[in-house]
Design a protein around this ligand. Structure first.
Ligand SMILES: Cc1cc2nc3c(=O)[nH]c(=O)nc-3n(C[C@H](O)[C@H](O)[C@H](O)COP(=O)(O)O)c2cc1C
Length: 171
């Protein structure tokens, strides 16, 4: 998919079908995260994929909207460790994974963490690893075809502030 079309047509979608995703697809998504750039190429992240239902339920209890995680076909949590702009780095990795998922026709949503300590326990993370975000993925409950509109048309329809509000041109 054209990159601009992918960016413009992608929305965060919560209503996914919980069918498990094929392993090669999962590996492509995780590799998109691995390939992301980071400050000083520090790669401060670990991508954690909870396997058992019990662990997914434990993690779901730690996010703001548990249903997003409970009804996902794949859940990926991002942990970071170390100094520097590690949250920014994690954001870059997250967006790469989310866009790679969209290129596979998958719906996805970032999930904010309400209880960091509970998430750390659910993810078997150490004290120096901080859970930043939980990404939920699945087959879209209502499929959307990015090709029905141009990138410019998707951009027009997006629920976003207009460009003049978010850009400051300095002399
Ligand atoms: C850091 C972060 C945390 C988020 N947390 C949640 C969340 O806990 N639950 C949820 O349903 N959506 C969550 N979202 C999704 C946002 O609500 C979404 O990005 C925003 O509404 C734009 O959605 P759209 O792309 O569908 O227009 C989160 C997004 C980000 C970037």
């Amino acid at each position: 998919m054209d990159i601009l079309l992918a960016i413009a047509s992608r929305r965060d979608e919560r209503g996914t079908l919980p069918d498990p995703l094929r392993n090669e697809v999962v590996l492509r998504l995780l590799d998109a995260g691995r390939l992301s750039g980071s400050s000083k190429n520090g790669q401060p992240w670990v991508f954690v994929v909870p396997g058992s239902r019990a662990r997914i339920e434990e993690l779901a209890a730690a996010v703001f909207v548990p249903d997003n995680v409970l009804n996902a076909g794949l859940v990926v949590a991002i942990l970071v460790a170390g100094k520097g702009p590690v949250s920014f780095d994690a954001g870059r990795a997250a967006q790469s994974i989310l866009l790679a998922a969209w290129a596979e026709g998958l719906a996805s949503c970032p999930n904010g963490i309400a209880d960091i300590d509970a998430a750390r326990r659910a993810l078997d993370a150490s004290e120096d690893e901080t859970p930043v975000i939980v990404l939920s993925f699945g087959l879209p409950a209502k499929p959307r075809d990015p090709n029905v509109r141009s990138a410019a048309e998707w951009s027009e329809r997006a629920n976003r502030k207009p460009l003049e509000e978010v850009v400051r041109w300095l002399p």
